[in-house]
Each structure stands twice: as C-alpha cells, then as structure tokens.
Design a protein around this ligand. Sequence first.
Ligand code: AMP
Ligand code: MG
Length: 329
Amino acid sequence: MPETKISLGLEGTAHTFGVGIIDEKGNILADERDVYIPKIGKGIVPNEAKEHHEKVAAKLLEKALRVSGLSLEEIDVVSYSAGPGLPPPLTFTANFATNLSEKYKKILIKVHHGIAHIEISKLTTQAKDCIILYLSGGHTSVIALVEKRYRIFGETSDISVGNCFDVVAREMKLPMPGGAEIEKLAKKGKYVELPYVVKGMDVSFSGIQTAAIELLKKGIPKEDIAYSLQETCFAMLTEVTERALAHTGKEEVLLVGGVAANKRLQEMMKIMCEERGAKLYVVPEKYSGDNGVMIAWAGLLAYKSGWKPTFKDRIKPKWRIDEVEITWA
Ligand code: AMP
Ligand code: MG
C-alpha cells in the first residue's frame, strides 16, 4: 500500500493562529485555533495579533499533535500561510514554521491564504468547477479557476463586504463579529434606500457604509438599516456572480469566507442559481473562518503536485491569488 502523506498547517495571517493536521485522503486529524480579539471599538492591531500568536503557538501545536496521536517525526510536510496578510503575524508564523521544518528536517511549503480557503471549501463540499465568491473580513472577490490560475473576475474597489458590516455594527455598538449581529437584527427590519454600486464586475461598499451610518445618526431604526444593508450588498454580489456564471459557462457557485455563513446571502444566491440551473455550495461554517486545516490541505496539494513558489522571501504580505500556478488542478 502506498504511504499516506501527512501535512501540518500553520495559519497566522491576521487574527487567528491555527494548527491543523490532515492526510492525503482529506481526513482531518487535528484542528486547533485561538483568535485574538481586539478591544471593544477597536480594529485589529498588527503587533498585538503577533503577540497573541507568540503566546498560543507552542500550546496549540502540542494539542494538535496530541489530538492526532502523531509525533512531529510522523509529519511529512510543514505548510504555513505566507500571505496575504499583516506583516507582524505573518513573520512570526513563517519563523515558527521554518524552525519546525529545520529542526525535524521536514519539507516546508508556503501557502496562499485565499487559495487555502478555496481548497478546504472544495474538499468539504465536493464543488468542482465553480464560480467562487470569497467573502471575508478582508476580501470580496469573484474568482474562477481558468487555465490553472484562480482568476479574479470581479472584486471590491474599496472595502470588503465583511468590513462594511463590521464598521456599521460597531457604530451600532454591537459586539464583534458584526456580520452575524447584522443578520439577527435584519430579521425584524424593513427596507430603506441605500446606494447600489455595481460597475461591470466590480462592487463598492464604502458609499453604502457611509450612507448607513448617516441613517443611523438620523434615528432610522437599526433593524431597518441592517435589513437594507443585507438586501443591497447581497443583491450586488448576486448580480456579479450571475454575470460570472454567464461569462464562464460554469454551473456551480461556491461561497467561502466568514460572510458565507449568512443565511439571507445563501437564500438569494440559491434563488439565482436555481433560475439558471446552477448548483450552490456553501463552505461548512466550521471551516469558513481562518484555520490551520485549510493551510495543511492546500500545502499538501501543492507538495504532491511539485509546486514551487516564485519568490524567496519567507512572507508575501500582498500576494495576489492569480500569481499562483495551480499545478494540482
Ligand atoms: P473571515 O475574515 O473569513 O474570518 O470572516 C470574518 C467576517 O465575516 C467578518 O467581517 C464578520 O462580520 C463576517 N461574518 C461572520 N458571520 C456573518 C454573518 N452571519 N453574516 C454576515 N457576515 C458575517
Ligand atoms: Mg481568511
């Protein structure tokens, strides 16, 4: 029987430090994470995220190994998120991974964080040839795999949809992450007008964010703003996704990233997909946020296909998704 390769993945691009272990068949052997939470009313402070990761990394690694019943000797590949992300936590994670690989003489693989989100979503949903909507705190992109690259068909021209929701939620004094709170409030709201901004395949959320905050200051009920924010932003995303399906001829849509958990977004996408005879896949909530398993899995795919990075640096904070050749597709 062929030997099964095992990958250990380290995630640390932003708020989460994660250690995941997975085998070649996609069996998840460990998934340990710890999230840095900024003080109320504040966004992520890069150095604080790094300090958080420094504190938890060794403990999480030890726990992941214990849960999997494996020793470091039994790991074949050490994978880590080399970008995109914030330089302080990225640097810590890269150094931690490099030290491990040198000490235990393991192959070291640099993983693109966005590609890891996509690959773990494909593994857990069985989506194959899909339009991917990557919606997180930092990203809003419409992506499709074409000729061995994840190509960006459309994206936000300013802030991400997750960030738009988070900032409005913060103004409403709601706890973080704001998106989930907006979803709860929206159930009791009615429509008030907000700007709808789609240009070709691109979307913009900063004007909507400003308008929503102005309405809040005028005394419009939070519920109505939350409802209208969802209806407007998700209608925009559904429109560009439908256009991407039409352009590419693909028949699957895959939602990935933290915002994918939103039930109203899923409902609107499902209606659009059904009308076109396409199928909707949504990453399971457990793997929608940042985690080490996704890094371990993408690292293993890269390793098995002989992928090599085109840069020497340990990290690449502005690594674009379409710079990576998908040698395993
Ligand atoms: P990520 O960056 O992938 O970890 O995702 C975090 C983002 O997802 C934050 O901006 C959250 O506000 C957002 N989010 C989480 N749950 C929901 C939800 N149910 N509806 C909308 N946004 C959400
Ligand atoms: Mg992420």
